[in-house]
Design a protein around this ligand. Structure first.
Ligand code: GGG
Length: 352
């Protein structure tokens, strides 16, 4: 019996609902396989906890988390806590604390999903988001706060080491794909230091991967290419902020933010990696039972692949595709199905 210890952090809003659904689906998979099991340990790290105890992660929490094989995360964000606090105290504390520097975001139109984009069926992208520095390095400050001459700075810090490792990761990922194509996205015409470093390191690293075909785009221009020529792109590598924005666009072009998954990887495996749907807590629909759980199921596929469970990953992905093709879809995709309907349908498919 192969057993995996999974730390589960549902977090806020619909994170609670979709992660509960994901656990049910993973348990159904384990039961069906007969030689696989998951030990789920729930962590109540959320904005609710912050409001009650003044902290998202308790003392020694990351140390405890470091002993798991993977982390299955829902969402963070609440109407009652400023977003910059909730994001930094929970999601970024884990990503940065565990050096999960490679954030991987696939985008593809699943069968039966209606994208409003012409030619969307050719979308088959993986966006690689640098996940440890840049615009998210937490450098900056505010002076003269509350006065008319107030100043706020947000300093992007890019290290050559950090840039090189994300480029190598992206090249290796591109190398593993049929088209072996990698697009570098920066804004090095306007930002002449960190972004130029990104460009220079990219072309240096490219020499080690001659079988990968490369091109370069500015972040503004690449948005039009994603919309007008989706078939010309494969793997995309970009900074923390740029890739965050591009991956929301990619998810919307693929049908809905509700279906998009993410892996926050620690490629060296010195700490656990974390898997989460791209969407946030969506508190406008939280508690209504209508959240799309497909993003958390696809996220579970990525987690299974990372755990070396490729057969279970393929089985779950095939079940997801049969589900979306069947037309049983939640409101974000134009349907009327509930979170529970979709979860039950996937579990029934797996159990068959
Ligand atoms: N599951 C993703 C999530 O909870 N995201 C919250 C968020 O605000 N993310 C912004 C970011 O990661 O840059």
């Amino acid at each position: 019996m192969r057993s995996h210890r999974i730390a589960v952090i549902p977090g806020d809003g619909i994170g609670q609902e979709v992660i509960e659904a994901g656990k049910k689906v993973l348990s159904a998979l384990a039961e069906k396989s007969g030689d696989l099991c998951f030990e789920f340990v729930d962590f109540d790290w959320s904005s609710q906890r912050y409001l009650e105890k003044g902290e998202y992660i308790p003392a020694g929490g990351l140390d405890k988390l470091s002993r798991f094989d993977a982390i299955y995360f829902g969402a963070v964000g609440s109407q009652d806590v400023p977003d910059h606090i909730s994001l930094w105290e929970l999601r970024l504390a884990i990503c940065q604390g565990f050096d999960q520097y490679a954030n991987v975001r696939p985008a593809r139109v699943l069968p039966g999903v209606n994208s409003r984009l012409k030619g969307a069926e050719s979308i088959d992208w993986i966006i690689v988001r640098e996940n440890s520095e840049g615009e998210y390095s937490g450098n900056g400050g505010r002076v003269h706060q509350g006065f008319p001459d107030e100043v706020g700075t947000e300093v992007s810090v890019f290290t050559k080491k950090g840039v090189e490792r994300i480029h190598r990761f992206a090249f290796q990922l591109a190398q593993s794909r049929p088209r072996k194509q990698l697009t570098l996205v920066t804004k090095s015409n306007a930002q002449r230091y960190g972004m130029v470093l990104w460009d220079e390191v990219f072309f240096e690293v490219a020499k080690d991967y001659p079988d990968v075909s490369i091109d370069r785009e500015l972040v503004d221009a690449v948005t039009t290419r994603m919309v007008l020529k989706p078939e010309t792109m494969d793997v995309i590598v970009a900074t923390n902020l740029h890739a965050d924005i591009l991956s929301d666009l990619a998810a919307a072009l693929s049908g809905s933010l509700g279906i998009a998954p993410t892996a926050n990887l620690n490629p060296a495996r010195t700490f656990p990696s974390m898997f989460e749907p791209i969407h946030g807590s969506a508190f406008d629909i939280a508690g209504k039972g209508i959240a799309n759980p497909v993003g958390s199921f696809w996220t579970a596929v990525m987690m299974l692949e990372h755990l070396g469970e490729s057969t279970a990953a393929e089985r779950l992905m095939a079940a997801i595709e049969r589900l979306t093709a069947s037309g049983l879809q939640t409101k974000d995709l134009g349907g009327t199905a509930t979170t529970r309907d979709v979860t039950q349908a996937i579990c029934a498919d797996i159990e068959r």
